[in-house]
Design a protein around this ligand. Structure first.
Ligand SMILES: *Cc1c(COP(=O)(O)O)cnc(C)c1O
Length: 469
């Protein structure tokens, strides 16, 4: 891209008096706004012709990295692939032009999508009923915890306010419990990354009748299947608590196991991670909540109408296009791909917890720590090779976390290409560490000072000019 011609900011391309369009003459006479409401000065808007505007934004969009440009191994963020047919379904005018207030008899098709999606989710999870209302995973957690709180209150168990959350949980788990007015009790992980059963037994013995629920993510944030669920479920249920399943990333489970069969009472699913819908940049999402029989009467009203309906359409299209036979392949393929990468790289990257993973796994930086090359450097260097960086410095259990998740959809060639580049970077770290430490070299913007960007964000054009002076 030629930055001189197309500019970094549209304001830099502005020419006084330049127009991209002309409005028709006003045929309605003078109806000026009252003086008091009018601007004292003209708005400071860029003045450009249409081609300049189109090229500017088109070139900007080409600087964006997305799953349509290349491999995106971001861990804990599952659904990167968004089949185009799902977009087509969501864009059908019969869906897109619906109004939430139009008469019920004219929206039977849309209602059927919601009903059938809920039925599919029940079947996939082994739970009894789903609500599509929550707008995101965290919103689903809140909704599910509201169900649990109401359930206990309906039984007069007002003192049940403690929610047990593993220390490896996604940050939204304790946050949702707090927003719901519940108290968080943290349970430790063992050295092999699973819930520490001895610690849990102690907590349960201490808290007993105060326990509202235990929240579990499975596979957990390290990509590990929590093998002690039967014991944990028994422990919690025996003292009258409920089991909550964080099913944000459900794809490793599809066709393999169901939370309902494991004894969970309430769960959420991130449709935008497991069943299509692009969710970069913070949205849109949907976090349907499922419950076992007898809890559905406690569903709260957490959004108007049917939540993010277009996300539900994409999810249903995804489920239908795979069908009953092929949806079973999602879990095994996601698991195979992650293990293939892990095993191919563990001689050069530090694998703190070995063994079989599910859909994702975590390295603790490069194996050879003597080079001084950090996880941040590796992530930046990947950009030079055309790859999106994995999730870094999360989970917090290790200092140099590098969390990789390929998903089920990538070809062997794509995955082999990524493995090759990761090995090459490990070699560079030995031979020429500075090239890795100063990466990226080939992106429009080099290494940024991300602390400065967070502490002193420049969000207005004026300030940019001023600072340049
Ligand atoms: C992404 C994620 C969430 C939160 O989902 P949002 O839609 O971002 O609110 C919760 N738990 C886990 C395990 C996740 O990966």
């Amino acid at each position: 891209m030629n930055n001189k011609l197309y500019g970094n900011l549209i304001f830099e391309l502005s020419q006084p008096g330049r127009r991209g369009y002309s409005l028709p003459k006003n045929r309605f006479g003078d109806y000026s706004l009252p003086e008091a409401l009018r601007r004292k000065e003209d708005a400071q808007l860029p003045e450009c012709d249409e081609m300049t505007v189109v090229r500017h934004y088109t070139n900007l969009s080409a600087n964006n990295f997305g799953v349509d440009n290349g491999f995106y191994p971001l861990g804990s963020c599952t659904m990167k692939y968004n089949p185009k047919i799902d977009e087509e379904m969501a864009a059908l005018p019969q869906f897109q032009n619906l109004h939430p207030l139009q008469p019920a008899e004219t929206v039977r098709g849309a209602e059927a999508v919601c009903t059938l999606l809920c039925r599919s989710l029940c079947e996939l999870t082994g739970l009894h009923a789903f609500t599509l209302k929550p707008f995101a995973g965290a919103h689903g957690e809140l909704t599910g915890l509201m169900v649990i709180k109401k359930y206990h209150e309906s039984r007069g168990d007002w003192q049940r306010t403690k929610v047990i959350v593993p220390d490896s949980a996604h940050g939204t788990n304790p946050a949702s419990a707090a927003v719901c007015g519940l108290d968080i009790v943290e349970v430790k992980s063992t050295a092999d990354g699973l819930v520490d059963l001895a610690d849990l037994e102690n907590l349960v013995a201490q808290e007993k009748d105060n326990i509202a629920a235990m929240m579990m993510t499975n596979p957990n944030t390290l990509g590990l299947f929590e093998r002690q669920i039967p014991q944990i479920e028994k422990l919690i249920h025996e003292v009258g608590g409920l089991m909550y399943y964080d099913g944000a990333n459900l794809n490793p489970m599809l066709g393999a196991a169901r939370p309902g069969d494991m004894g969970f009472d309430v769960m959420h699913i991130n449709l935008h991670k497991t069943f299509s819908t692009p969710h970069g940049g913070g949205g849109p999402g949907a976090g349907p909540v499922g419950v076992r029989q007898g809890l559905e009467q406690f569903f709260p009203e957490v959004s108007p109408y049917h939540g993010n309906f277009a996300v539900a359409i994409r999810a249903y299209a995804y489920i239908l296009s795979l069908g009953r036979e092929h949806i079973k392949e999602v879990g095994p393929l996601a698991t195979l791909n992650a293990n293939y990468i892990k095993e191919s790289l563990k001689d050069v990257y530090e694998l703190p917890i070995g063994g079989l993973c599910k859909h994702e796994f975590v390295f603790d930086g490069l194996k050879d720590k003597s080079t001084g090359v950090t996880t941040m450097d590796v992530a930046k260097r990947l950009l030079d090779y055309g790859y999106h960086a994995p999730t870094i410095y999360f989970p917090l259990l290790f200092h140099e976390s590098l969390m990789i998740e390929p998903t089920e959809n990538e070809s062997k060639e794509t995955i082999d290409g990524f493995i090759g580049v990761m090995r090459q970077i490990a070699q560079e770290a030995k031979d020429d560490p500075d090239v890795v430490k100063s990466a990226p070299h080939l992106t429009p913007i080099g290494r940024v000072d991300d602390v400065l960007a967070a502490k002193h964000p420049i969000v207005t054009y004026k300030q940019l000019i001023h600072d340049a002076d």
